[in-house]
Write a protein of this length. Sequence first.
Length: 184
Amino acid sequence: MTAWRHTWWMVLLLAGSVQASEHGCTVLLCLSNPAANGGPTGVAECVPPIRRLYRDLSRGRPFPGCDLEDGNDGRSYARQVLDPYDPCPDRLQPATPETMVAEGRRVARGVVQIGPARMSQGADPNGAPVGRACVGDPLGPAQSGDPDSPFAIWLYDRVVWQQPQSPRAIDLYVDGQWQQRVHW
């Protein structure tokens, strides 16, 4: 835990009465814990406020606020989203849903497919959702399938596949910049 977070914890934990705004500030602080460090409940003091947050949100209650009086400059906040996928990594964007996508590379005489082709945000034969492709620069289409029913595969210089998660999620912004998405 960084020094500024530790200082915040001391202020929040030593407060005599927990107000709604303090709860909101505690929730923001807990949500900012990276997944590599255990995520929002990776610190024991975060477990009760995060459980309360998830319970309240599942019952339709609003996200708790964190007022300026509690040290928030208004540039750190959280927003509920309904999306089973995380945002794509930098310089990548989501592929068009239900298109065949594969990674490729340019060679002297055209483009070569180097990765398996998969449907982005489609469904498997049983109707279960499949992953979303986050794609880089387009390299062009390739044809596949039998000659009587060919289909296009869109090739990109980079493809990162994401698996669907719970669509209930919270985007956390710190100092006005998106930091992470937490699915619950």
